[in-house]
Ligand binder design. Structure first.
Ligand SMILES: [Zn+2]
Ligand SMILES: [Zn+2]
Length: 942
C-alpha cells in the first residue's frame, strides 16, 4: 500500500481519514472485502431501514457505527456478510411532511387538493409523498460513506416498490389464511388530526407527562332530594358522552351529609371531601346498582332504557377518584366492553376530527382537547350545580408519535392481527435471542410481550401499503397475495390505483372493492427479512431468503423494543418462523453532556458533521464504543470525543511515529528480552480478550481492553525501551513493528481509518487491513505477565513512597526492599532503573513502607555523600539541558560549562557523566551566575 503516513498530523485526523476514503474508493476496497474468501460461510446482518425524508442525526451515526463494527469483525474472521441497505418510505411521517409542504392539514383537505376530485387528489398527494421520501438521500449516502459504514447502497430494498409491496401482501395473506386477521369495532388510540387509529406499539412511543384538568362531577340522583353520586374524570371532554356510572359490587360506599346536600362516594375516598360532613349511611356497591340519575347534557341519541343508571363492573376500584366510574361507551376500552355487555347506546358525541357533533348543543364543532372547550364544559356543570370540584392532575398521556396531537381513545372500525393468539410463541422466540444488554430480554422487551395486544394494522390514510382485502356488499371478502391475483401487471400498487381494481364476487354477481385502509408502516419494516428479497414472487428470492434467515446480528436504539425489534419478531412468529434475529444490540439514547435530551428547542443538538470535521470519524466511533455500555444512555459532548481521541488514538499514533524514527533498523528477527516477551504476551492476551468480548457483542469491554493495551505499549514498552532503540539493539524495532501490525488488525473493526494507516505504515501485506484476517492469538505466558505486573506494582508503590518522603526521582537511593514477592534478575534491573535505586533486596526491615498488592515494599531514604553527589549531578544535567534549550541550541551544538567553586566536589566524581549528558566539551571553575542549583552556580558558553 502506498499511502504516505508521515504526513498525517495528529491534529488532523479528519483530513487524513478522507485520504483513506479516497484510497478505498480508488482501489474498490469495499468490493474486494465483499469478495474476500469466506471459509466460515455467511454471517447475516439486517439493516433496519431508516427514512431518508429527514437529515441524519447523531443518533443515526451511533446506530450505524454499531451496525458496522460487527460485520467488519466477522469478515476478518472469514465470514461473508451481505450488507444490503434498506429505506423505509411509507407512513405518517412522510404524509405529514407533504401536508406541510402543500400547506394543508387533515384528510378533507388532502382529498380536495384537486377540488372536487378525491381520486386525482390522492394521486397527487401520493406522488408528492413518493418524491418527498428521497429528500435527504444524498445526505444519508454522504454521511454513511464518511463514517465508514460499509453498506451496499447501490442495491437497497425500498419499501414502496411494487415488488416489496407484493411481498408484504403475500405475508399478510399468510396471516389471513391462518385466520389471524379480523375487523372489529373497538376503542382504539386515535389521532384526530391524522384521522387514523394507531397501534399500541406506536402509542407506546408517544407518552408524555402532562398536567390535565380533572373534574369531580355530581350526578343528581332521580327521586332523591339533593342527593348526588360523585364521580371523577381526567377527560372532561368525555362527559357529554356519559351514559352510565359503574360501581364495585363489594366496595363500601357512604352517604355523606354536607349540610346542603347528600353525596355518595366510596368510603375509602372520603379524603377528597373538605370541610365538615357527616356520614349518614353506609352501603355495599350492590345496593346502589339500579339507581337512576339525571344526564349531564341533553343528548337525544344517548337516551334509552338502559341509559343513566348505576351498574356494577369488576374494573371499578376505590383506590383513586371517588370509587364511581363515569362511563362513556365510545371513549374507553373498558367502557366499550361494558356498554356492549349491558346494551348501552353506541353514539359518537365526537366526530372523526375530534370536534363535538351537532347534537351536543352549545359545544357543537368545538375541538374536544381545546382548553376553551374544557372550560365551556366546566361552566355548563357549574351553572347546573353539577361541579363538585376540580384539580390539575399529572399523568402520562399518549400523543401521536408523529404529529404530537393528544390521542383520543375512540371507537372505530379497524383491522387487527391476532398477535395475542401467538403470545406464547412470541415469548418462547424471545428466549432464543441474545440481547445486549441482557436485561432487555425479560425486562423491557419481555414485559412488553407479556402484555401484548392485538395489532391494530389498518390506517385510514393514503401513503402506505394498501391493505390487500377486497370486500363485497354481500359480505364476501378476499385477501390478495400478489398483483397477479388481481389480474393486473403494470399498475402501481398504491392508492388510488389499486382502489380502482374491482374483483368479481364469487358469492353473488356484484363487484368486490378494496377496503380503504393502508397498513401500519411498521408492518413494512417488520416483514423486511422476507420482503427485501421480493419473496416469493421474485426470481431467486427463495434462495436469498433461505441464505439470509435469521439474522445473526441487528442493532438499533432502545425505542425499537416497541418498534422494529417487536414487529420483526411479531411478523416472523405469526408466520410460524423461528426468531428473525439471534443477536441484537439495543442502544441507549444520546443525551447532552449534562444528561438532558437533545432537542432543537433547547438548542443542545450536536450535528454529526461538526463532530466529524473537528475530531474525525474514528474518534467519534471510538467514543461511542467505549464511553459506556451499549444500552446505557450516552451523555455526549465534544470534550468526550476529544478525550477519546487523545487517550487512545493519539497514543497509538505517537507510538507509530516513534517506530518510524527507527524502522530502518528492522532485522526481521524479534528481540526476546523479558520486556519483549512481556509485550508479545500482552498482545496475545489482548487478542483473546477483545475477541471474547466481540463474540459476546460487548463492544465497550473490547475497546477498553484495547485502550489498556495501547497505553501500556506506549507508557511501558516503548518508554522502557527508548535506550534500546537509540543504541540500535537488534530486534527491538521488529517487536514494535509486529505489535503495531497486530494492533492495527485488532482495532480495524472499531476505527477503520487509523487502523488502515497503521497497517500500511508497518508494511501490512494486503491492500487494506480490512482484507486481512483477524489475528491468531499467540501464546500467553501467565507467569511472565504476573511477574511484570508485580514489577509494575512495586514501581507504583516505590514512587508513592518517594513522593511521601519528598525524594525526587532524580535522587538515587540505596535500596528498595520487597517482602512477599520474588522477582528474577530481569525485573530487578527494571526496578533499579525505574525507581533509581542501587539495590533491590527481598527482606523485611524498618524503612518507610507500604503493604499493598499482597506484598510489603520499603524504601531506604537515607542518603550518604555518594548518593547525594550523584543526585546533584543529575540535577545539574537536567538544569544545563534546560539552559541549552532556552538558548536555542540544537543537539549538534557543543558547549563549555562555567561552574562555581562549590561544584568541584560533584565534578570530581561525575565530570564525565555531566559532560557527555550535556554535550559539553569541558568545564571551567570560576565566576558563573546565570542559574543556581543546590548552591552551585552555572553558565554555559557556546
Ligand atoms: Zn397524528
Ligand atoms: Zn358478493
Amino acid at each position: 500500500m502506498t499511502v504516505d503516513v508521515t504526513c498525517m498530523s495528529t491534529n488532523n485526523f479528519a483530513e487524513e481519514e478522507k485520504k483513506v476514503l479516497e484510497m478505498w474508493k480508488e482501489k474498490g476496497i469495499f468490493d474486494l472485502v465483499q469478495k474476500k474468501e469466506s471459509p466460515e460461510g455467511d454471517f447475516v446482518f439486517y439493516e433496519g431501514p431508516p427514512t431518508a425524508n429527514a437529515k441524519p442525526a447523531l443518533h443515526h451515526v451511533l446506530a450505524r457505527v454499531f451496525k458496522d463494527v460487527i460485520p467488519r469483525y466477522k469478515i476478518m474472521q472469514g465470514f461473508h456478510v451481505d450488507r444490503k441497505a434498506g429505506w423505509d418510505t411509507h407512513g405518517l411521517p412522510v404524509e405529514l411532511q407533504v401536508e406541510k409542504k402543500l400547506g394543508i392539514s387533515g384528510k378533507p383537505q388532502i382529498e380536495n387538493i384537486v377540488p372536487g376530485d378525491p381520486v386525482a387528489s390522492i394521486k397527487k398527494f401520493n406522488a408528492e409523498c413518493k418524491d418527498m421520501v428521497w429528500g435527504f438521500l444524498d445526505e444519508w449516502s454522504r454521511l454513511t460513506e464518511r463514517i465508514g459504514f460499509w453498506l451496499d447502497l447501490d442495491d437497497p430494498y425500498v419499501t414502496y416498490e411494487n415488488e416489496y409491496i407484493e411481498s408484504l401482501w403475500w405475508v399478510f395473506k399468510q396471516m389471513w389464511e391462518r385466520g389471524l386477521v379480523y375487523q372489529s369495532h373497538k376503542v382504539v388510540p386515535y389521532c384526530s388530526r391524522c384521522g387514523t387509529a394507531l397501534s399500541s406499539h406506536e402509542v407506546a412511543q408517544g407518552y408524555q407527562t402532562v398536567k390535565d384538568r380533572s373534574v369531580f362531577v355530581k350526578f343528581k340522583v332521580v327521586d332523591e332530594k339533593d342527593a348526588y353520586i360523585l364521580s371523577w374524570t381526567t377527560t372532561p371532554w368525555t362527559l357529554p358522552g356519559n351514559v352510565a356510572l359503574a360501581v364495585g359490587d363489594g366496595v363500601d360506599y357512604v352517604y355523606v351529609d354536607t349540610g346542603d346536600e347528600t353525596l355518595i362516594l366510596a368510603k375509602n375516598r372520603l379524603e377528597i371531601l373538605e370541610g365538615e360532613y357527616k356520614v349518614v349511611k353506609e352501603v355495599k356497591g350492590s345496593k346502589l346498582v339500579g339507581l337512576s340519575y339525571e344526564s349531564l347534557f341533553d343528548i337525544p341519541s344517548l337516551k334509552s332504557d338502559t341509559s343513566y343508571k348505576v351498574y356494577a363492573a369488576d374494573f371499578v376500584t376505590d383506590v383513586d377518584g371517588t370509587g364511581v366510574v363515569h362511563t362513556a361507551v365510545m371513549y374507553g376500552i373498558d367502557d366499550y366492553e361494558f356498554g356492549e355487555g349491558v346494551g348501552l347506546p353506541k353514539f359518537h358525541t365526537v366526530d372523526e376530527e375530534g370536534n363535538f357533533v351537532d347534537e351536543v348543543s352549545g359545544l357543537a364543532g368545538k375541538y374536544v382537547k381545546d382548553p376553551k372547550t374544557e372550560q365551556a364544559i366546566i361552566d355548563h356543570l357549574t351553572a347546573n350545580n353539577l361541579l363538585f370540584g376540580e384539580e390539575m392532575y399529572e399523568h402520562e398521556y399518549p400523543f401521536c408519535w408523529r404529529c404530537k396531537t393528544p390521542l383520543l381513545y375512540y371507537a372505530r372500525d379497524s383491522w387487527f392481527i391476532r398477535v395475542s393468539d401467538v403470545k406464547d410463541r412470541l415469548v418462547a422466540n424471545n428466549q432464543t435471542i441474545n440481547w445486549e444488554p441482557s436485561h432487555i430480554k425479560d425486562g423491557r422487551f419481555g414485559e412488553w410481550l407479556n402484555n401484548i395486544h392485538d395489532w391494530a394494522i389498518s390506517r385510514e390514510r393514503y401513503w402506505g401499503t394498501p391493505l390487500p382485502i377486497w370486500m363485497c356488499e354481500c359480505g364476501e371478502m378476499k385477501c390478495v397475495g400478489s398483483a397477479k391475483e388481481l389480474g393486473v401487471s403494470d399498475i402501481e400498487l398504491h392508492r388510488p390505483y389499486v382502489d380502482e381494481v374491482e374483483l368479481d364476487c364469487e358469492k353473488c354477481d356484484k363487484k368486490m372493492k378494496r377496503v380503504p385502509e393502508v397498513m401500519d408502516v411498521w408492518f413494512d419494516s417488520g416483514a423486511m427479512p422476507i420482503a427485501q428479497w421480493g419473496f416469493p414472487h421474485k426470481e431467486g428470492s427463495e434462495d436469498q431468503l433461505n441464505n439470509h434467515y435469521p439474522a445473526d446480528y441487528i442493532a438499533e436504539a432502545i425505542d425499537q423494543t416497541r418498534g422494529w425489534f417487536y414487529t420483526l419478531l411479531s411478523v416472523a412468529t405469526l408466520l410460524e418462523k423461528e426468531a428473525p434475529y439471534k443477536n441484537v444490540i439495543c442502544l441507549g439514547h444520546i443525551l447532552d453532556g449534562k444528561g438532558f435530551k437533545m432537542s432543537k428547542s433547547k438548542g443542545n443538538v450536536v450535528e454529526p458533521w461538526e463532530v466529524i470535521n473537528t475530531h474525525g470519524v474514528d474518534a467519534l466511533r471510538w467514543h461511542f464504543f467505549s464511553m459506556s455500555a451499549a444500552g446505557e444512555p450516552k451523555r455526549f459532548d465534544m470534550k468526550g470525543v476529544d478525550q477519546a481521541k487523545r487517550r487512545t488514538l493519539m497514543i497509538l499514533w505517537n507510538v507509530l511515529k516513534f517506530y518510524e524514527l527507527y524502522k530502518d533498523g528492522a532485522t526481521g528477527k524479534m528481540a526476546d528480552s523479558a520486556l519483549d516477551k512481556w509485550v508479545l504476551s500482552r498482545l496475545a492476551e489482548t487478542t483473546q480478550t477483545v475477541q471474547g468480548h466481540l463474540d459476546k457483542y460487548d463492544l465497550t469491554r473490547a475497546t477498553r481492553a484495547l485502550h489498556d493495551f495501547i497505553t501500556e505499549v506506549s507508557t511501558w514498552y516503548v518508554r522502557r525501551s527508548r535506550g534500546r532503540f537509540k543504541s540500535g539493539e537488534e530486534g527491538v524495532v521488529d517487536v514494535l513493528k509486529h505489535v503495531l501490525l497486530e494492533t492495527s488488525k485488532l482495532i480495524a473493526p472499531f476505527t477503520p481509518f487509523i487502523a488502515e494507516r497503521v497497517y500500511g505504515a508497518v508494511g501490512g501485506e494486503k491492500e487494506s487491513v480490512h482484507l486481512d484476517d483477524w489475528p491468531e492469538s499467540g501464546k500467553v505466558d501467565e507467569e511472565l505477565l504476573k511477574a511484570m505486573q508485580q514489577t509494575r506494582d512495586v514501581v507504583e508503590i516505590g514512587m508513592r513512597l518517594r513522593a511521601e518522603n519528598s525524594m525526587k526521582v532524580r535522587q538515587p537511593l540505596a535500596a528498595i526492599a520487597i517482602d512477599g514477592a520474588k522477582l528474577e534478575d530481569a525485573y530487578i534491573e527494571i526496578l533499579k532503573e525505574e525507581l533509581n535505586v542501587k539495590e533491590v533486596v527481598f527482606e523485611k526491615n524498618d524503612w518507610p513502607s507500604h503493604e499493598d498488592k499482597g506484598m510489603t515494599v520499603g524504601l531506604n531514604i537515607e542518603l550518604n555523600d555518594e548518593l547525594r553527589l550523584e543526585g546533584v549531578a543529575r540535577e545539574l544535567v537536567r538544569t544545563i539541558n534546560g539552559m541549552r534549550k532556552d538558548a536555542g541550541l540544537t543537539i549538534t551544538d557543543r558547549i563549555t560549562l562555567i561552574v562555581s567553586e562549590s561544584g568541584k566536589a560533584v565534578f570530581n566524581v561525575h565530570e564525565e557523566y555531566i559532560l557527555v549528558s550535556t554535550k559539553s566539551d569541558s568545564v571551567e571553575f570560576g565566576d558563573a551566575g546565570d542559574v543556581e542549583v543546590g548552591g552551585i552556580a552555572i553558565s554555559i558558553i557556546k
